[in-house]
Design a protein around this ligand. Structure first.
Ligand SMILES: *Cc1c(COP(=O)(O)O)cnc(C)c1O
Length: 384
């Protein structure tokens, strides 16, 4: 039986093919160091695990959860926004729980895009924005993230048209590690007002920043909650990628539309997981300080090693990635293949993140320091 056209219309998933290559190498007995995936190596903080244990033992968590998240969870997210960004949110209408932020990032396309509608998506960018656009019948229109602008877009020349409905942004960025300041978000909010677009900001890395840089929320722009939704997650901030809990905040109207999709497709996230996320958000700030310190140390290790090999990378100020141009004359996939075949080091080819990711690879800092150091030693032997 033939699958639906929406399945066939998706571009081949580059990373699935790469995964197969990596597994084949490992099956040959090669000790591959994977710097390819952004999945934190460190465990979830113990107080979060303990909150989960207690919550699981409470039978009131065993029934269907709230569709939009428990009142306590929504209040905890609102309190985080007040504390961290000085942004006041109504927990009843401006905060919604997600089954991981990817779930909401995917589903909001179904709430805003009709067949033929367009979404501006960062190029290079996290692939989910474009794929969910396609699944909803829309067309992703690449928004160039320009190296000469610090991988920020030039909104003045953005390819916005009659059918454009949403603008996707993500800072600190996966994969480029670029960061934005509040001035850029002001510009983006004004741009979305002018063109009647919904601004969708993915803030998955908001707390992973370095060198004194503090990431703003798009909702700090006055009036932004009329036109913007921001997505957040415990995944990267609290080493909780397996737990599947995130949030959407901002425009009450957009969250109502998202809730129409979600209430018909899922039944919310396990209340015990929500309680664990509350413990994470309300936990001691030392956790985030240690996390930032860990990634900063690893970032410096990678940047210093590569700069010693002839690169001239500026240390990124956010995310847990380093975005690295490939040597002259090589392609993303070719360079990534060479590192895997000749050094046993797996990196993500930038071309997997969009056409303008060609010419780069992404190195993830979510591996233990000693493995990262070993990977850099192998690159030095190969390229030095
Ligand atoms: C990891 C990541 C997320 C988080 O996804 P979850 O579903 O919350 O685990 C979202 N956006 C980007 C860009 C990411 O890299």
């Amino acid at each position: 039986m033939r699958v639906a056209r929406r399945i066939e219309s998706l571009p081949p998933y580059l990373f699935a093919a790469l995964d197969a290559k990596l597994e084949a190498k490992r099956a040959e007995g090669v000790d591959v160091i994977s710097l390819g995936v952004g999945d934190p190596d460190l465990p979830t903080p113990p107080h979060v695990v303990e909150a989960m244990r207690e919550a699981v033992l409470d039978p009131t968590t065993h029934r269907y959860p709230s569709y939009v998240g428990s009142p306590a969870f929504r209040r905890a997210v609102a309190a985080f926004y007040a504390r961290r960004f000085g942004v006041e949110l109504d927990p009843d209408t401006q905060v919604m729980a997600l089954i991981g932020s990817k779930e909401g990032i995917g589903h909001i396309a179904f709430a805003y895009l009709d067949p033929g509608d367009e979404a501006l998506v960062p190029d290079p960018g996290y692939p989910v924005y474009g794929v969910s656009t396609r699944l909803a019948g829309g067309t992703p229109v690449p928004l160039p993230m320009l190296p000469e602008r610090g991988f920020l877009p030039d909104l003045g020349s953005a390819p916005v048209g009659e059918r454009t409905k949403v603008l996707w942004l993500n800072f600190p960025s996966n994969p480029t590690a670029a960061v934005a300041d509040l001035g850029f978000f002001e510009e983006a909010v004004a741009f979305c007002r002018r063109h009647d677009l919904l601004l969708l900001h993915d803030a998955a890395y908001s707390e992973i920043t370095f060198d004194g840089y503090v990431a703003p929320s798009v909702l700090q722009v006055p009036g932004a909650s009329e036109v913007a939704v921001e997505f957040g997650s415990t995944s990267k901030l609290y080493n909780m990628t397996g737990w599947r809990i995130g949030w959407a905040v901002g425009s009450a109207e957009a969250l109502r539309a998202l809730a129409v999709i979600k209430t018909n497709l899922d039944s919310g996230q396990f209340t015990a997981v929500q309680r664990a996320a509350i413990a994470a958000l309300e936990g001691p700030p030392e956790h985030l300080e240690r996390l930032r310190e860990t990634y900063r140390r690893r970032r410096d290790l990678v940047v210093e090693a590569l700069n010693g090999l002839g690169w001239s990378l500026a240390p990124p100020r956010g995310s847990c990635y380093v975005w690295v141009p490939v040597p002259d004359g090589e392609t993303s996939a070719g360079f990534a293949d060479r590192l895997l075949d000749e050094a046993g080091v797996f990196v993500a080819p930038g071309s997997g993140y969009g056409e303008r990711g060609e010419g780069y690879v992404r190195i993830s800092l979510t591996v233990p320091d000693d493995r990262l150091a070993e990977a850099m030693d192998r690159l030095a032997r190969l390229l030095g």
